[in-house]
Design a protein around this ligand. Sequence first.
Ligand code: IVH
Length: 757
Amino acid sequence: MDIKKATARVNQLQKELNYHNQLYYNDGTQAISDSDYDTLMQELKGIEELHPSLITDDSPTQRVGGAPLEEFKQINHQVRMLSIEDIHELKEEQIIDTNSTAEYNLIEWHKKTLKALPSNQESFTVEPKIDGVAVSIMFENCKLQYAATRGDGGTGDDITQNILTIKSIPTTLPDNAPRTFEIRGEVFMPNKAFEKLNEIRHKEGKAKFINPRNATAGTLKQLDSSIVAKRPIEVIFHSFGSIDGYDLKTIQQYRNLLIELNLPVDKWFRIIQSSDQLKDAVLELDSKRHTFPYGTDGAVIKVNQIESHTSLGTTSKFPKWACAYKYRPEQGQTILNEVTIQVGRTGVLTPVAELEPIFISGTTVSRATLHNQDEIERKDIRIGDTVMIEKSGEIIPAVIKVNLEKRPHHTKPFNLFTHIKGKCPSCNSVISKEEGFAAWRCNSPKCPDQIVAKLKHFGGRKMLDLEGLGASVAEKLVNSGFVETTLDLFDLTTDQIAEMELDPAKLNSGSKSKPRKFGEKKALKLTQSVQRAKNLPLSRWIYALGIPNLGESASNECARTHRSFDELSNSSILELISEKWDKENWIKNNPVKSKTISKDSTPSIDRNEQSKEFKNRIKEINAILEDYKISSELGGVACKSLISYLNSESGKLSLDKLRRLNVNPESTNYAPFPRLQKVDDLPLSQTTWVITGTLSDSRDYFKSLIETNGGNVTGSISKKTNYLLAGQNPGSKIDKANKLGVQIITEDEINGLISRD
Ligand code: IVH
């Protein structure tokens, strides 16, 4: 076939296949059989293989494939991806009077919103709140440019390759689509498909996903889109970011536009004109939503008129023109067969209810957390009881209460300590409980379950993102003695890991298959990601160490105020916050009363003096810390915990080992005095940048260089772009920059812009 004929045939096949994709995935119908579809696809693949120059980005063959990514690129959203304010349906015990129901709160919100609008006659839309993972897809001039996760609202992961595996998403829109069209929606896994996927995973010895949203999130974070292509994810669009070249007046009109462009929307949609209609709509949705193929946890109510969105504005987190009415999580009753004890990464022992499996909110629940002994006692939960389980999309299922009418005669109050005979179920060491704390703990640093949990945390995506370090691999590494502390991972060779035999029972439950080796390919990926982790920023390392009470935000805050582990080890900031916390607590626990001698040994006159002294010291500390503007996330508890880790035997050993391994994580968000840095004073303030081509350092480096100098980096060029930072082989972005008159800057030139001399 000559190139002319091939071009014509490729165009025709692409069109036909796109048409059939639309029919199948958006309209739920089929015009040709599956095998005819496959034949067309094979023909297209064949011609494209012979003439690779004919492969276009939007060819149906390009939806799956491409080499796995090293990491996700980052995309700056042109319009922030905000959350919606929740209005919770209250639990029975919280309803003190009829005025405190969620409906009441919703009607209040409706009234308040109407009042803030000039016309006072606004209509509102009501639609299901889909329990999925948010995505933002950018089309420019009808061509799909990229798809991104919400991320932190400002910047998300570029998941274009993964999103293209969803066949209902077209890569090209009809000509009447807005020129810039950033559409937002939820990616989800239908309940039935989720159950089926879990069954298959179970048969293959893989860990089951917890719920459909989890499965979707896990799927979207895959770097290899061929894995995503095998997962049954779908999308529904509900909102938008930036739109240019279209006069959009209402949400209803937006929905109609999506339908016209063949983009999937939710079938259930209502427009309401009064508070009575609003109440009816949310109740109707509640009665119908369980029949929907995907999980919903509420109703989203939006002001219909888009002009009013601008006049109402947003808070830092939510738009004031929308709210989410959250339904009470679904409940169910089932039998508590057994209580098992889970050992967490800090040694906390958590009782877990092993339940007779029960189907709630679209999925099967067989385990639920019992939190701790105090909670078990408060609810008097016993083995053998019929218990009420509650499950919402957000939280792990929990046991709410016991149905006492169904309690069998033989039950005994549950006691965690006696249940495990005072010994850790993983390592047999004696368990203990600190005064004033609800949790029993295993304090052995050698406890295998603790190390496994620490290792899983260490390799988590927001920590060191170690590829292939799932639950069963972590277990195997610990149980086979390869890993005693998390940093032992750095001593393992690819061969050692490759040779590791995975438990046959885990691979194929029930069958007596031979043990299987971990394998060289996977082992190489793991050791490569371990090596990569050496260069990750300080904040990720602090979080990865799994120090109690030190979450992601506190770790970020530590790295904002310290440059390295050395600085943290000698930090006066941590000491001051911790001292302040101690003194504040002392004052709280020793209230100043009259000047008499009280019953305890400290005379109250001394206490008054002491209190005064402490208050003065707190003022002093506040004055020292003022310019640091330390967020409340890095409070006294976190600081004390970090100091105690840094001074502990195991903390010192870990830091020594990091030094020996030549791992010196540096802070990439170091900005200790934010108040003193006026954003407008920075050299790149109020400029928007796009980066392209090969530069002398990574894109991330240049992105953070621009950002720390006040600039904003986005993923694609638009009218709003001021500069294109172009390296070697810049590609098509140069043409677009020239077309739109965007200034092109080289690496040398940007250094010139930034230096202040
Ligand atoms: S509208 C400014 N509509 O829920 C926010 N969001 O908790 C505009 N969500 O960020 C979003 N179903 O990811 C909207 N029908 C729906 C939704 C929906 C689910 C998600 C969305 C949003 C989050 C807020």
